[in-house]
Structures are given as structure tokens and as C-alpha cells.
Design a protein around this ligand. Structure first.
Ligand code: GLC
Length: 620
């Protein structure tokens, strides 16, 4: 006779079986099309069943809740932050004790920078992973991670972790076995005896770090072979043509899910499939793999969602969402709007930004974005060159203007930052610096000018305000809430000096954070401003079903955005990206409007904005 426990178990695996039945045909089809290897498919399915069996009842409960509420990550109250564990708190245990500070900001989403076992000191900020199944001992243990996710979950905060899919550290176990001559593990990577094939690749594959890590291959003396290293020489690209790579990586991904990670940021995902004669970016097989991963997650742990790191033009982005029937990522970083926000701020012209927002909007309703101003990476000036030319802007000159402007080397620039990976051949470069420093706070403090400081803070809040209005949800870079400045000291540390991204990867300043409740401090002003944005986002017009569009303001310095519900409730946000007062008007917007904050009546046909001012109007 079946006991209560076996009955429960049967019902339990029934859930897994039912989910598996839903996707099995497609999973098998895609896997066999890519690999034609039934044993490998069986191993994958076995790994899925094992991960399911190991998943805690608490997480299975979350799975059920999220299956019943699949739009949970699209709510208006989603508010994110990204940070390094060590820079913010020291380690995972200490970070857990800082939870009240995160709750005070009503966070619902926390992205911790890579924290799995990594070589020291050269690890590309943790993006060189030595063991995908183990937390780096310097930051804690797997048990610390599980304890943290549990605490965060109880506080309504979903933890996001990177899943660095494209490569491993050259000190990873697989790479060590490859170096020792094991052909099975050499097949986990792309290894070549001589330069014949590498040279063919170099003809079509662009460089990611032309300055700090030129070329796409590295000579490995132990192996006596060239190995493909798209990023740094110590990051070996994985060979996804080998099904064992996908199976093993999926196993590790499911391990993280079982430690309570709720969002997986699939790092550098466009790069995972290589094909000679192409640029090795965004190839169709990338999408087959992402689709397979999505089905694996939906079967084993549907509470877990995918965020794609796709630093590509909008026309490449749509494919990463898949189709409504066959979805891939749940959300993507909105890289192009981030870049265009900084471009608009420097040039006091919102036309390119508006064009990008329109291009993203045109991708369709399933698209959802993580909006941000700064993260751990540089700002790469990938603007839409066709739109630039159409507007009469010279793409090369504009790019040079931008990186000089943000390193503070352009007449009238308020910014303090640095250039990253300048390529003399193309005169291409990217920019580094914190939000506050790039907005002028650092320069104003150096000059001791209260007026300049106030202007800088207005710029900073304008940028945050516009970003929080976009489709998707806002994510702050830790420290931005207290106006953290550039950390120039990295130049004195030989392990950090080479990478100017370290300018904005600085230790969190808890003394400054304490000033957030002292009126009259810049920290308090930013804190209040961000609190007002969170209040704004509690408006029903930030709900998942709200309709979002740009709106003509008849002024190139002013961005107009509109959010509307089926009920007719409408918010109009207007943002002055210039240092002068601006006049604007919003035509064809029906009804009477008032200022959402002050309640004063507003005539949408005749509006003025102060320098860098943002206003939100509502039609009631
Ligand atoms: C991603 C990360 C970046 C890293 C690269 C290589 O782009 O954001 O910091 O250098 O991947 O892993």
C-alpha cells in the first residue's frame, strides 16, 4: 500500500513529468539537430531529473507560485541594483547583514557580480571562472550563498548571478586536463596546432579588447597549441559544438538555481557559437542553445528566469527574446538606450535617444529590458550610425566627441572619467567613470562650486528619471544612490592599473551612505530623488500592461515619453537634457493634465522646463 510519503513523491515527480512532456519534442528536436547524439541528450535529461530531485521544497513552492504568475518580473515595483560582494560588504555573510540597507531602498532585484571560484588576481572581475559549482573561498561558501538567497527571498529580493557561458578560466579543471594533453578536454575548447585556422578566423572576427588583450588566440606552451580566447588570454572559449560542454554547463546552471538564484545573467551569450568565415557573433546556433536552456529551466525550476547580456544593436536584440511560442530570454539589458542617454546628455540633443527607444519599442510586446546608467563595464559608444547619418551627424566625429567629453577633455565638459580600450587603427574608444562623476559631481566638488554641484545633481537625477520611465525596470549601480565618485587609486595597484573599468569599481563608502538622512548633503538629495522615482513607479501606469511610447516635444533638447493604460490613465514624462530653460508642447495628447507631484494644472500645449528638469504629468 502506498504511504502518504510515496504518494506525495509520485505527485511531485508528476509535476516534473508534466513539464517535461510539454517541451520534450522540441527539446529533442533541437538537441538532435545540433548534435545528433542521443547519449548526450539522455545525459542532459538525466541531469535535469537529478536537479529536480535535489531542488528544495521551498524552491519548488516558488516554482509553482511563479508558474501561476509568469509576469512577476514585469511589475512596476521592480527595482534593481548591481554590486560586487567584496566592494560592498566584504563577503557573502557580511552582505547578508547589510540587508536592511537594501530593504530601505525597496529593492526587489539584486545582481551580484561574479562570485564563483576564480583565479587571483587576474580574473576579469570574476568573469574567468575556475569552478562553476563553487563560490570563491574569498567570498564565502555555497552554504553562505544559499543562506543569502533565502534571506533575500524572504525580503522579496530576487538574486541574479552571472552565468559565464562563453569561457572558463585557463586554470579551470577542464583547461588543466587539456593542457595535460587529454584530447577529450582539448575538445572542450578550440585548440589548433598552428596558425592556419586562427589566421583565417582573425580575418573576420573583430577584437573585444584591442588594447588590453589584442587578438583572438593565445599560444599555450604546455599544450603546444593555439587556443581561442575572445576576451582575455586567460579566458578560454568553450566549444559548444561538443555536446558535453552544453550538458556540463547546464548541470552547473541548475546547481546555481538550486542554491536559490532566481535570475541567470547569461554573460556574453552572442559569442558562444563559432563558425569560420563569420564574425562569430549572434549565429543561429546561439539561439538554439538559449532556447534549449529556457526549456530546461521551465522544466526543472520555472521560478528562474534568463537575462541576456547582449551588447548589440537593436536589430540583433529581437532574436534573443525568441517568439511568443518559443521564447528565449525573459529580459535583456537595454544597452543602446543607456549609451544614447549619455550621448543625449553630452550633446543636449535627444533625437538619437528617441530613435533608439522607438526602434526597441518596435520589437514587440514580449520584449522587456533592464534599464541602467552604469554597471561594472565601460560605456561602448555603439550608436546607430544609419540614424546618425540621417540626422546629419558624423558617426566617427560624434564618437570622438563623446569619449573626449566624458574624459573631461572637451571644452566646457563637466565630466570626469577615462577612456577605455582606445584603438588607434579605428580611433574607437569607450568610456569609464561613475554616474556621479560623469554627471559633473566630482568636478563641482573640486571647484567648490555649490551652483555647479546643484546642476550636476539635477543631471544625475534627470538621467535616473528618464531611465526609470523606459520600458522594463531600472537597475542602479551600487554607490550611485549616494553619488559615489571615481576611484582614481586603482592606478596605484599593479593588479588593477591596466583596466580603466576599475575607475568605477570602487569600495562602497559607508561613511557617505550614513549622510543619506542628513538634509543638505548631496547624498540626501540623491536619496530623496531616487525615493521619488520609486514612488512614481508605484503608479499603475508602470504596470506590466501599460503602453509605452515616445512623444514629440517639438524641441530637440527635450525627451517626451508617454505611458498609458487601457483605462485611459496617462502619464507624460518630459525631460530637459539641456543647461537652459526649454519650451515644449505635446500635440494630440487628449484631456486635461496636471503635474503629478504638485497637482498644479498643466497645459500640455505650452510647457516650460528648467535646466535638466524632469516633470511628470497625469491626465485626471
Ligand atoms: C561581459 C562582462 C565583462 C567581461 C566579459 C567577458 O561582457 O560584462 O565584464 O569582461 O563579459 O566575460
Amino acid at each position: 500500500m502506498a504511504t502518504k510519503e510515496t504518494l506525495f513523491r509520485r505527485r511531485d515527480t508528476g509535476v516534473f513529468d508534466a513539464r517535461m512532456a510539454r517541451c520534450h519534442d522540441e527539446l529533442e528536436w533541437l538537441f538532435m539537430e545540433l548534435y545528433d547524439d542521443r547519449d548526450a541528450l539522455n545525459t542532459l535529461e538525466q541531469a535535469m531529473a537529478e536537479a529536480w530531485a535535489a531542488r528544495s521544497p521551498e524552491l519548488k513552492k516558488l516554482d509553482a507560485a511563479r508558474e501561476a504568475d509568469p509576469g512577476w518580473y514585469r511589475r512596476g515595483n521592480m527595482f534593481g541594483m548591481t554590486m560586487y560582494t567584496d566592494l560592498f560588504a566584504g563577503d557573502l555573510k557580511k552582505l547578508a547583514r547589510k540587508l536592511p540597507y537594501l530593504k530601505e531602498q525597496k529593492l526587489t532585484y539584486l545582481h551580484l557580480m561574479p562570485l564563483l571560484k576564480m583565479p587571483h588576481p587576474h580574473n576579469d572581475g570574476g568573469y574567468a571562472v575556475e569552478d562553476f559549482n563553487q563560490v570563491d573561498p574569498a567570498l564565502g561558501t555555497n552554504a553562505d550563498l544559499a543562506a543569502l538567497t533565502k534571506k533575500l527571498r524572504a525580503a522579496g529580493i530576487s538574486l541574479c548571478l552571472d552565468f559565464v557561458m562563453n569561457h572558463t578560466a585557463s586554470s579551470h579543471e577542464w583547461a588543466r586536463r587539456a593542457k595535460a594533453g587529454d584530447p577529450c578536454y582539448q575538445n572542450f575548447y578550440h585548440c589548433f596546432d598552428d596558425r592556419t585556422i586562427p589566421d583565417q578566423y582573425e580575418r573576420t572576427v573583430p577584437q573585444v579588447f584591442p588594447n588590453t588583450a589584442p587578438g583572438n588566440f593565445t599560444w599555450c606552451e604546455e599544450m603546444h597549441k593555439w587556443v581561442l580566447t575572445t576576451f582575455h588570454p586567460y579566458q578560454w572559449d568553450l566549444n559548444y559544438r561538443n555536446p558535453a560542454v552544453l550538458v556540463e554547463m547546464t548541470r552547473s546552471m541548475l546547481n546555481l538555481a538550486n542554491l536559490g538564484v532566481e535570475v541567470l545573467r547569461i554573460d556574453a551569450v552572442p559569442y558562444i557559437w563559432k563558425q569560420l568565415g563569420t564574425n562569430c557573433r549572434n549565429l543561429p546556433q546561439v539561439h538554439t542553445i538559449v532556447r534549449i536552456i529556457r526549456m530546461v529551466l521551465e522544466t526543472v525550476c520555472p521560478a528562474v528566469i534568463l537575462k541576456g547580456e547582449v551588447v548589440m544593436a537593436p536589430r540583433e536584440l529581437a532574436a534573443y527574446f525568441g517568439t511568443p511560442d518559443k521564447p528565449e530570454c525573459h529580459m535583456l539589458y537595454s544597452v543602446s538606450t543607456m549609451v544614447n542617454l549619455w550621448s543625449a546628455l553630452a550633446s543636449r540633443d535627444v533625437r538619437l535617444l528617441k530613435a533608439q527607444l522607438d526602434a526597441l519599442n518596435a520589437l514587440g510586446p514580449q520584449c522587456w529590458f533592464v534599464n541602467y546608467l552604469r554597471c561594472h563595464d565601460d560605456i561602448g559608444w555603439g550608436l546607430d550610425e544609419d540614424v546618425e547619418r540621417y540626422l546629419g551627424i558624423d558617426p566617427q566625429l560624434h564618437k570622438e566627441f563623446l569619449y573626449h567629453f566624458y574624459e573631461g577633455r572637451f571644452e566646457g565638459s563637466w565630466a570626469k572619467g577615462e577612456v577605455y580600450n582606445y584603438d588607434p587603427a579605428t580611433r574607437d574608444a569607450r568610456s569609464c567613470g561613475t554616474t556621479a562623476s560623469l554627471c559633473g559631481v566630482e568636478q563641482a566638488l573640486e571647484q567648490g562650486s555649490e551652483a555647479a554641484l546643484q546642476t550636476a545633481l539635477r543631471r544625475d537625477l534627470l538621467m535616473h528619471g528618464a531611465m526609470a520611465f523606459f520600458k522594463g525596470f531600472p537597475m542602479l549601480n551600487s554607490g550611485d544612490e549616494i553619488g559615489q565618485l571615481n576611484g582614481w587609486g586603482y592606478k596605484n595597484d599593479p593588479d588593477l592599473a591596466e583596466d580603466s573599468r576599475n575607475l568605477h569599481r570602487t569600495r562602497f563608502n559607508w561613511d557617505n551612505a550614513a549622510k543619506r538622512s542628513e538634509p543638505g548633503t548631496l547624498q540626501n538629495e540623491l536619496w530623496q530623488g531616487l525615493e521619488a522615482l520609486r514612488e512614481l513607479r508605484s503608479d499603475p501606469c508602470f504596470g506590466p500592461d501599460a503602453w509605452f511610447t515616445t512623444w514629440d516635444t517639438h524641441n530637440n533638447g527635450v525627451l517626451g515619453l508617454v505611458r498609458r493604460l487601457d483605462s485611459g490613465r496617462t502619464l507624460a514624462g518630459v525631460f530637459n537634457f539641456t543647461a537652459e530653460p526649454q519650451h515644449l508642447w505635446l500635440d494630440a495628447l487628449d484631456g486635461a493634465y496636471r503635474d503629478r507631484r504638485t497637482g498644479a494644472a498643466a497645459d500640455v500645449r505650452d510647457l516650460w522646463l528648467q535646466p535638466y528638469e524632469m516633470r511628470v504629468l497625469v491626465n485626471e
